[in-house]
Design a protein around this ligand. Structure first.
Ligand code: HEC
Length: 289
C-alpha cells in the first residue's frame, strides 16, 4: 500500500491531536512534511493512525478514495441503536501492524480512551473505521450534541467477536499501539496478598474493559470523563452495596440530572458474576491507595 504522510494542518483538532499524541510518545510532527504528497485543507479533521514506527494522517477525503473502502451495514450500534449504512475502510487496511498479544488504543476527542486487544481486533468480528461525509452527515447523538463522527470504530459480525459497547469508540482522533493497561499502570493491580486475589483479578478484567474507558483508579489510566474510582475515596466506601450495584446497572435509577453521562451496564453486558468480581476488585483497591 502506498504510504502518504501528511503535514498536519493547524486546525483546532490537530492541536488536540498533538496534545493527545504527547501521551503516546509519538508526535504529529513525526510526519515528515518533506514527504507530504498532499495536504488536507485546514478545515478537514485528521485521524492520526500510528503503527508505532510511523504515523499517518487520514481525512474523510483520503479515506473516501482508499481502495479498500466499502459501504458497510450494521444491524445495531451503541451510538445510534438502529440499522445503519456506513462508508468505511477495514481497520486492517489502515493498520497492518496489528499482532497477536498486542494492544491498540483509540482516543476520542471527548476524553474517552479504549484500549482493545489486537486479538479482539483480529477475531471473528471485523473492525472498520467508518467516516462521516459532508454528503451524508450522521445524526446528532442527542439534542445539542455532535454526531459520532467524523471517525467511528464500527464492527461487522460484532456478536461473533463478543464485542462490548465500549469497544465502539466514536469521535476518534487517534489510533496507536500501546502496551496493555496494567503494563502501563501497575497501580491498577490488586496486591499479591489480596484475600480474594483471583476474583479481584477477574474484576480487574471487567474494570479494564468496561470502566477504564472513562474512569481512572488511583489516578492510573488514560481516560478523563468520569471521577477517579479510588481517590480520594472509593465508591464501595461511600455507597451502600445495593445502591452501588443499582448505579452500575442503571445510573439514572439512583439519581438524575441533565448532564448525566454514564451508561448503564445490563446483565447481558456485565453478568451478575462479573459485577460480583468487579465489586471485589473495587473493595480490594480501597485498601490500596
Ligand atoms: C462512557 C463513560 C463511562 C463509563 C463507560 C463508565 N462510567 Fe462511571 N461515570 C461516568 C461519569 C461521567 C460519571 C459521573 C456521573 C455522570 O455524569 O453520569 C460516572 C460516575 C460513576 C460513579 C459514581 C461516582 C460518584 O462518586 O458519584 C461510579 C461508582 C461509577 N461511575 C462506576 C463505574 C463503573 C464500575 C464502570 C464500569 C462498569 C463505569 N463507571 C463505567 C462515566 C462512565
Amino acid at each position: 500500500m502506498k504510504k502518504i504522510l501528511y503535514a498536519v494542518s493547524l486546525s483546532l483538532l490537530s492541536v488536540a491531536v498533538l496534545a493527545a499524541c504527547q501521551n503516546t510518545g509519538t508526535t504529529a510532527q513525526s510526519a515528515n512534511p518533506q514527504s507530504a504528497q498532499s495536504v488536507p485543507s485546514a478545515a478537514e479533521p485528521v485521524l492520526q493512525i500510528s503503527t508505532g514506527k510511523e504515523q499517518q494522517g487520514w481525512t474523510v477525503t483520503t479515506l473516501m478514495s482508499h481502495p479498500a473502502r466499502q459501504t458497510v451495514q450494521t444491524p445495531d450500534d451503541p451510538a445510534y441503536h438502529q440499522p445503519r449504512q456506513w462508508q468505511a475502510v477495514p481497520l486492517h487496511a489502515l493498520l497492518p501492524s496489528l499482532k497477536a498479544g498486542g494492544h491498540t488504543q483509540f482516543k476520542a476527542s471527548d476524553g474517552f480512551v479504549a484500549t482493545i486487544a489486537d486479538d479482539t481486533l483480529l477475531s471473528a468480528a471485523t473492525p472498520w473505521i467508518a467516516f462521516e461525509t459532508a454528503a451524508k452527515p450522521w445524526p446528532a447523538l442527542g439534542a445539542g450534541k455532535p454526531s459520532a463522527g467524523p471517525f467511528y470504530l464500527i464492527w461487522t459480525d460484532a456478536a461473533r467477536g463478543n464485542i462490548s459497547q465500549e469497544q465502539w469508540p466514536y469521535q476518534i482522533a487517534s489510533v496507536a499501539p500501546v502496551q496493555s493497561l496494567t503494563e502501563r499502570f501497575p497501580a491498577l493491580l490488586p496486591a499479591a496478598s489480596a484475600p480474594l486475589k483471583e476474583q479481584a483479578l477477574r474484576g480487574l478484567q471487567a474494570y479494564s474493559r468496561h470502566c477504564s474507558v472513562c474512569h481512572t483508579l488511583n489516578k492510573a489510566g488514560d481516560a478523563s470523563i468520569g471521577p477517579d474510582l479510588n481517590l480520594p475515596h472509593n465508591p464501595t466506601e461511600y455507597f451502600q452495596e445495593k445502591m452501588l450495584r443499582q448505579l452500575i446497572r442503571d445510573p439514572a435509577s439512583v439519581r438524575t440530572w441533565p448532564q448525566q453521562s454514564m451508561p448503564g451496564f445490563s446483565k447481558e453486558v456485565l453478568s451478575e458474576a462479573e459485577l460480583d468480581d468487579l465489586l471485589v476488585y473495587l473493595k480490594q483497591m480501597a485498601a490500596q491507595r
